[in-house]
Design a protein around this ligand. Sequence first.
Ligand SMILES: [Zn+2]
Length: 132
Amino acid sequence: RNMLKRRHFHVGDNIETCVLCIAHEEETIDHLIFNCPFSQTCWSKIGISYNSGISQIEATIRAKEIYSGRLFFEIFTITAWNIWKERNNFIFNQINPSYRAWLERTKVDLTWLRYRVSPDVSDYITSFVNSL
Ligand SMILES: [Zn+2]
């Protein structure tokens, strides 16, 4: 939304605010995916901690360095993707954002990931999903 507004697209009145939080922050990528209280709850559940005071790339590199689990980028991508889907569900389907819905969808996507990895990694994913 932030990008569309900057490019002078008509995106409606008051539509530039984040739909995931009640703080009515502007919906930028940084806010929506990383700094929104909703997203922070999701990252915390996954065990990835983000420092919001630095650039997105630097924060991701630091998050990977301190992440204790395996498959950082796969888990990172699935987490971010499902935050995005939670946002889109509100925009396009008028479904209120829900941490529980995000968690269930994230678990399903992580479970699908098991079919793309070796058996020992698959076992790791299973125990990771069960820990959520
Ligand atoms: Zn927000």
